[in-house]
Design a protein around this ligand. Structure first.
Ligand code: NAD
Ligand code: GLY
Length: 386
């Protein structure tokens, strides 16, 4: 982690992700995408193959052609959506690479949201036993989180992100100009990862986030780049200490244990990833009071901040027992016990084994009731706590 203003272009910042053996820059700011050719130059031995989804191709196809420096780039366009994040898509993609004659020294360019980044990154990790890839994230979620850190992979019907690999990009260009066309629902979904990062990193980022949301209820604004930079800077600091999630990196899963289960339960269609994470954050805060000593007044305050975002999410009916079964497949399960990331306070995450299913059922029932009630502001229902 080392954030520097970019002297050549003052509106750009660079966060260096200093992963041993695989360091790379994340360039952040309006116009960052136009640095593509200069960042590619040092390691580019052959050609680039661009992969995006239909929505991004429709909106940004001309820009892709311009950035690639050719009117007819090698471009693979996938259907959009989380349902595409599956092994069959990786097989299709690799077969397209064979048809296109993609070689080991070619570079794949993942231009899209987290789905494109995760699928292309995984294909890059597997195809010819590994080729270079770079990330041009086009959603808020991908800019603040998924494009950085080298987690790649796909979902199974049995669970989220259950197949994947660690494969770091060669560079990331996070250009908020792309967000001008992003629907508001997707912006709110991306905000979930900003909230997650703020809650585990500390009061400074949480205050910055709250003030941003107050100033820009539509989540658009020139200072979004600063928020993206703060999130990337924090994530870089974590992944460079623990690339493969042996310990510390688990904190980045705050809100994701229940979130992933809800996403899977909705068959990756009902809830967007960030929406599932928002509910997962709400559940994790509840569990944090029950099991990690989080001050209930602080929880109430954070839940009130989450409430307007939660009310906007489509409802998902679920049975707490079903969610419990899905939790048992979480990647953090050790000897059949789910390891939850909980908070002792803002910036104080703690990984806690939760073996007692009754505690989980109580928290899940509470979550389901709040979903049914449309995420009513906190303060009520406290008697449900064990
Ligand atoms: P996404 O990639 O499905 O994009 C959301 C939607 O926005 C899609 O319909 C897409 O076509 C559209 N879109 C993308 N860019 C656009 C633009 N500029 N203008 C208009 N529309 C645009 O979803 P996402 O929210 O970006 O990412 C979610 C995925 O990221 C999940 O699969 C999640 O598991 C993964 N993720 C991975 C990591 C990681 O570390 N690898 C971290 C967090 C999340
Ligand atoms: N988004 C969780 C991680 O990158 O580890």
């Amino acid at each position: 982690m080392n954030t520097t203003p970019n002297s050549a272009r003052p509106s750009l910042s660079t966060v260096e992700v200093s992963i041993p053996g695989h360091p790379y820059p994340v360039v952040i700011g309006p116009g960052a995408r136009r640095r593509f050719v200069s960042y590619l130059a040092p390691f580019h031995l052959n050609r680039t193959v661009w992969i995006t989804d239909r929505n991004v191709a429709g909106l940004w196809g001309d820009e892709i052609r311009s950035l690639s420096g050719t009117a007819a780039p090698d471009l693979v366009v996938l259907p959009a959506g989380e349902e595409q994040k599956r092994l069959a898509t990786v097989e299709d993609l690799c077969r397209r690479f064979v048809q296109l004659g993609v070689e080991r020294h070619d570079t794949l360019v993942a231009c899209g949201g987290g789905v494109i980044g995760d699928v292309v990154g995984f294909a890059a990790a597997c195809y010819l036993r590994g080729v270079n890839f770079v990330q041009l994230p086009t959603t808020l979620l991908a800019m603040v989180d998924s494009s950085v850190g080298g987690k790649t992979g796909v979902d199974l019907p049995e669970g989220k992100n259950l197949v994947g690999a660690f494969h770091q990009p060669r560079f990331v260009l996070a250009d908020p100009d792309f967000l001008a066309t992003l629907p508001e629902r997707e912006l709110r979904s991306g905000l979930a990862e900003v909230i997650k990062t703020a809650l585990i990193s500390g009061p400074k980022l949480f205050t910055e986030l709250r003030s941003f949301v107050k100033r820009h209820p539509d989540l658009q604004g020139p200072d979004l780049a600063g928020l993206i930079e703060s999130c990337v800077d924090f994530k870089a600091g974590v992944v460079e200490k623990d690339e493969r999630e042996g310990g510390l990196r688990r904190i980045l899963n705050f809100g994701h244990t229940v979130g992933h289960a809800l996403e899977c339960l909705g068959q990756y269609r009902t809830l967007k990833h960030g929406e599932a994470v928002l509910w997962g954050l709400s559940a994790a805060l509840d569990l944090s009071v029950r099991r990690a000593g989080l001050d209930p007044r602080l929880e109430t305050d954070i839940q009130a901040f989450l409430a307007p975002f939660l009310t906007a999410i489509p409802p998902l009916e679920f049975d707490s027992g079903e969610v419990l079964d899905l939790l048992a497949r979480d990647k953090k399960v050790r000897r059949k016990v789910v390891q939850f990331v909980l908070l002792r306070g803002v910036g104080l995450p703690v990984v806690t084994p939760l073996a007692d299913p009754q505690i989980l059922i109580a928290a899940l029932d509470h979550l389901r009731d709040r979903m049914r009630a449309g995420a009513a502001p906190e303060g009520e229902d406290r008697e449900i706590r064990d």
